[in-house]
Every structure is written in structure tokens, then in C-alpha cells.
Ligand binder design. Sequence first.
Ligand code: MN
Length: 191
Amino acid sequence: MNFTLPELPYALNALAPVISEETLNFHYGKHHQTYVTNLNNLIKGTEFENADLDSIVKKADGPIFNNAAQTWNHNFYFLSLTPNNGSTPSAALLKAINAGWGSLDAFKDEFNKAAVSLFGSGWAWLVKDADSKLSIVKESNAGNPLTHGLIPILTFDVWEHAYYVDYRNRRADHVAALWNIIDWDVISARF
Ligand code: MN
């Protein structure tokens, strides 16, 4: 299957100042595009040539896994964002968050800690298990919770390319600001 970049439901300058147009031009237009292009080239003539993206992420390893998972992760990340703040978690999601962490703010604190303490490049994830119990997991590099049988709900990209243009080394400031552009309607629908 030939993969393509997802269309973004917002303009490239719409997420500023949390994420600048310059960052999106590189992060979406260059980095994300490169993962997609590499994936399309790598799967030609392999068992994954006609597979869907979830299947490749679950079964592949090496460069095919890395580019498939980075394609998946960025699709998921960019479609979690919105310039229209004001959305809130659904009642069902909020109940599960409160059950796990006591409050939405306490959950955000724990999620921020995971994102900031992740060593090197990777992703912080909110996931659910088969019983819809939520947890926060950290994945290095291209890691994706699907490979552990978990369902992704939310992710923050903490590769330096996600924030270095706008925040330099201040990953914690970037992570804290991201909550202002999270589309809780999208996140809630995944739960
Ligand atoms: Mn990225």
C-alpha cells in the first residue's frame, strides 16, 4: 500500500505560539514526510508491500518498523492537535482519568513527568488496556504501544525535532504548552 501524509485539519500557522509554522514546516513537511517516503520505498517487494500500517507496526522490525511506527506515531500526534482550545475530556474518559490519577491536573502532571524524564528521543503515551484501564507509558525512538497489545489514546512527541526550533532545550515548557492545543474531542473518541 502506498502511504501518504495525512491532511492536517488546521493551517500550518494555526498552532502558534505553542508550535510555530517553522516547526510544522520541518516536523510535518520534512520529518514526517521522510518517514512516509522511506516506508513506501522499504516495503517494496517485501511481505509488507500490501499490508496496512497497523499490521506493519505490529509485525515488522528494523528499518521497516522504525519508519512505519514513526509514520503511525506522527499521524496520531498531528491529528490530536487543534487551534480551537476549549474542548474537554468526555465524561467517560474523565471518569477513567480520575480513577487512575485523582484529577485531570494530577494526570497531566504525571504525563508531563513521563515526557520530560524520557531519556533521549521518544514518545509519552496515554494508553488503555483490554479492560479500558488507563496508564502512562514511555517509548524510546519509534516505539509504539500497539506492539505491547495496548491501545494508544494520546501521545506527545519528545524528539528534539518536535520543539527545538521554538523551545531550544526547554522540553518541559513545550510539554506544558502542548495541553493548550490538545483536541479532547479526538482523544475522547479514541477512548
Ligand atoms: Mn517527530
